[in-house]
Ligand binder design. Structure first.
Ligand code: HEC
Ligand code: HEC
Length: 466
C-alpha cells in the first residue's frame, strides 16, 4: 500500500510540474493527467495527498524551539532596542528591524548611519541590501543574503571575522549562527559604527577591539552589568566578551520571533480545514512545481544559494567595474560559479515582509512570484518604478550576466495568472496571526536611558505604490 501511494504521488507530481511550468501548459498537460488518472488511488486535492507531497518535498513542521531563560531574553531585548550599540548612539538593531515593519524596515534597501526618520519615512544613504525579517532564524545554517555567517557540517563557525571569533566565544553561542550574527552590524561603519566616535577610531579589521570597546560602554551602566550577570549565572561581567551580548540577542529573537502557528502548520498538524480551498490548491501547486525544490524544510529554505534573476541596483557591494554590483555568494567563497547567487529566502510570514529579494527589487509578493514566470524576460523588462525614487535610475545593465548564471531550474517556467493567484494564497497561509502585531516587543525603556523609538503608526503604513 505504502509503495503504491508513493508512486501515484510521483506520477501526479510530474503531471503538475508540467502543467505549471511548461512553455505550453495546456498542450502537454492532458496526456500526463490522463495517464495519471488510471493509476490514481487518492484524490490529488485531498489533504492526505498534500501532506504526503509536503513530506516528500521535505517540508516539515517547525521543530520545537528551545526554552530560553527569561533573563537572557530580557537582556537580548534591551540590547536589540538600545542605540548604545551604535558608534554615535543613534541607531539600534531595531532601527532597521522594526517591530512596526515586521522586523524589516519596509524599504528596498536599508538606511543606516546618516539616516533620519523610521521605516518607510527613513531617508539617507542606502546600504547595499534589503533588511530581512528576523523570523524563525534559529534553525538556519547560513545567515545574511550571502550566507557569510555560517555553521559547517561539524559545528564549525565561519564568519567574516575569521579567528577573531575565538573558540571561547563560540562556546557561548547557544543558538547556532544566529548567536554569531549580532557581532557584525556593530562593526560595520555604514550600519552602526559611523564616523566621529571612539568605535570609529578603531581600524576596520580589528573586530576584537570594537567588541571590547562596546563591552566597556555597556559595563559603565550598572543595570547592564546586573542583567548580564543574571543572564549568565556564574560568569563575571569582566570575563564576558561581546559574544555574550550577541548570544542574548539571538535568544530574544528565537524566543519571541519563532512563529509556528500558521494555517499551514495547523494543516500539517492534521486540521483539514485550516486552509481555504484556494490555499490548499496553492499548496499542491507549490509542492508539485519547482518552488519547493529550493524552498524546502521547516523554514522553506534549502539554506543554499541560487541566482533567480533579480535585478541589481543601489550602492552595491563594491563589485564589478561600476563598483555598484553585488556578486552575492561569490564574495564569500571566491568561486565564480557562486556569482549572483543569494540564499533561498525562508518564507514564513512572507506576506508581511515587503519589499522582496536581496535588494528589495519587488514591492509586492505577487510581483516576486510573477517574476518567476519567464524570469529571463521578466528581468529584461524589470520595472524600476516600484522602487524608491532615488533608486529608480540606478538599475545596472547586468541582465545578460545575471541570466547567464540563472539557476537552470527556472528554465521554461511559465506561470499563468491563475497559478500565481494560488501560490500567493498559499504563501498567505504561512502567516502566523500572532506575527501581525509585534508592538508588544518594544520595551518602554532601555538601561542606557537613550529613548527607544516608537514609530508613529502613520509611518507603519506601507509605502504608497504606483
Ligand atoms: C542599518 C540597518 C541595520 C542595522 C542597524 C542592523 N541590521 Fe541586521 N540586517 C540589515 C541588512 C541590510 C541585512 C542583510 C545584510 C546582508 O545580507 O548583507 C541584515 C541582516 C541581519 C540578519 C540576518 C537575517 C537572515 O535572514 O540571514 C540578522 C539576524 C540581523 N540582521 C540582526 C541584526 C542585529 C542583531 C542587529 C544589531 C546588532 C542588526 N541586525 C542591525 C540591516 C541592519
Ligand atoms: C532555484 C531555486 C529557487 C526556486 C525554484 C524558487 N525560488 Fe524563490 N527564492 C530563491 C532565492 C535564491 C531567493 C532570493 C533571491 C534574491 O534575493 O536574489 C528567492 C526568493 C523568493 C521570494 C522572496 C522572499 C523574500 O523574503 O524576499 C519569494 C516570495 C519566493 N522566492 C517564492 C518562490 C515561489 C512561489 C517559487 C515557485 C514559483 C520559487 N520561489 C521558486 C530560490 C528559488
Amino acid at each position: 500500500m505504502h509503495r503504491r501511494t508513493v508512486s501515484t504521488v510521483v506520477a501526479a507530481t510530474a503531471a503538475l510540474a508540467l502543467s505549471a511550468c511548461s512553455e505550453q501548459p495546456t498542450a502537454v498537460t492532458s496526456p500526463a493527467i490522463a495517464a495519471n488518472r488510471n493509476t490514481s488511488v487518492i484524490d490529488s486535492s485531498s489533504p492526505r495527498f498534500i501532506r504526503q507531497l509536503a513530506a516528500q518535498r521535505g517540508i516539515v513542521a517547525f521543530p520545537r524551539s528551545p526554552r530560553v531563560r527569561p533573563a537572557l531574553v530580557r537582556l537580548g531585548q534591551a540590547l536589540a532596542f538600545d542605540k548604545i550599540l551604535s558608534g554615535n548612539r543613534d541607531i539600534a538593531c531595531t532601527t532597521c528591524h522594526l517591530p512596526a515593519f515586521e522586523t524589516g524596515d519596509g524599504n528596498s534597501l536599508a538606511v543606516g548611519v546618516g539616516g533620519v526618520g523610521l521605516g518607510t519615512n527613513r531617508t539617507g544613504p542606502f546600504i547595499a541590501r534589503n533588511a530581512p525579517p528576523l523570523f524563525n532564524l534559529g534553525t538556519m545554517r547560513h545567515l545574511f543574503w550571502d550566507g557569510r555567517v555560517e555553521i559547517g557540517e561539524h559545528g564549525h563557525f565561519q564568519t567574516p571575522a575569521g579567528r577573531q571569533v575565538t573558540p571561547a566565544m563560540t562556546r557561548v553561542f547557544e543558538f547556532g549562527p544566529l548567536s554569531a550574527q549580532g557581532m557584525f552590524p556593530v562593526t560595520a561603519r555604514a550600519e552602526m559604527r559611523g564616523p566621529g566616535n571612539e568605535l570609529a577610531a578603531i581600524p576596520d579589521n580589528d573586530n576584537t577591539a570594537i567588541w571590547a570597546a562596546l563591552m566597556r560602554r555597556l559595563g559603565k551602566i550598572p543595570k547592564y552589568r546586573e542583567m548580564f550577570r543574571e543572564a549568565y549565572p556564574g560568569t563575571r561581567f569582566k570575563d564576558m566578551t561581546f559574544a555574550y551580548a550577541s548570544n542574548a540577542m539571538a535568544g530574544f529573537f528565537v524566543s519571541k520571533l519563532t512563529f509556528t502557528n500558521s494555517p499551514w502548520d495547523r494543516f500539517l498538524d492534521g486540521n483539514d480545514r485550516a486552509m481555504s480551498p484556494q490555499q490548499l490548491d496553492g499548496a499542491r501547486t507549490f509542492l508539485t512545481i519547482k518552488c519547493s525544490i529550493c524552498h524546502t524544510g521547516a523554514t522553506f529554505s534549502d539554506d543554499q544559494f541560487h541566482d533567480v534573476a533579480v535585478a541589481q541596483f543601489g550602492p552595491g557591494e563594491g563589485n564589478g567595474p561600476s563598483t555598484r554590483d553585488d556578486f552575492g555568494r561569490m564574495n564569500v567563497t571566491g568561486d565564480p560559479t557562486d556569482l549572483y547567487r543569494f540564499r533561498t529566502s525562508p518564507l514564513r510570514n512572507v506576506e508581511l515582509t515587503a519589499p522582496y529579494g536581496h535588494d528589495g527589487a519587488f514591492a509586492t509578493l505577487r510581483g516576486f512570484v510573477e517574476h518567476y514566470s519567464q524570469s529571463d524576460q521578466a528581468l529584461l523588462n524589470y520595472d524600476p518604478s516600484q522602487l524608491e525614487s532615488a533608486l529608480q535610475s540606478t538599475v545596472l545593465p547586468t541582465a545578460p550576466t545575471i541570466l547567464a548564471q540563472r539557476d537552470t531550474l527556472l528554465n521554461g517556467v511559465v506561470l499563468t495568472p491563475d497559478v500565481v493567484d494560488k501560490l500567493v494564497a498559499y504563501m498567505q497561509a504561512l502567516t502566523d496571526p500572532a506575527a501581525r502585531d509585534l508592538s508588544d516587543l518594544v520595551p518602554d525603556r532601555v538601561p542606557s536611558h537613550i529613548p527607544v523609538d516608537h514609530p508613529h503608526p502613520s509611518s507603519a503604513q506601507p509605502r504608497p505604490r504606483p
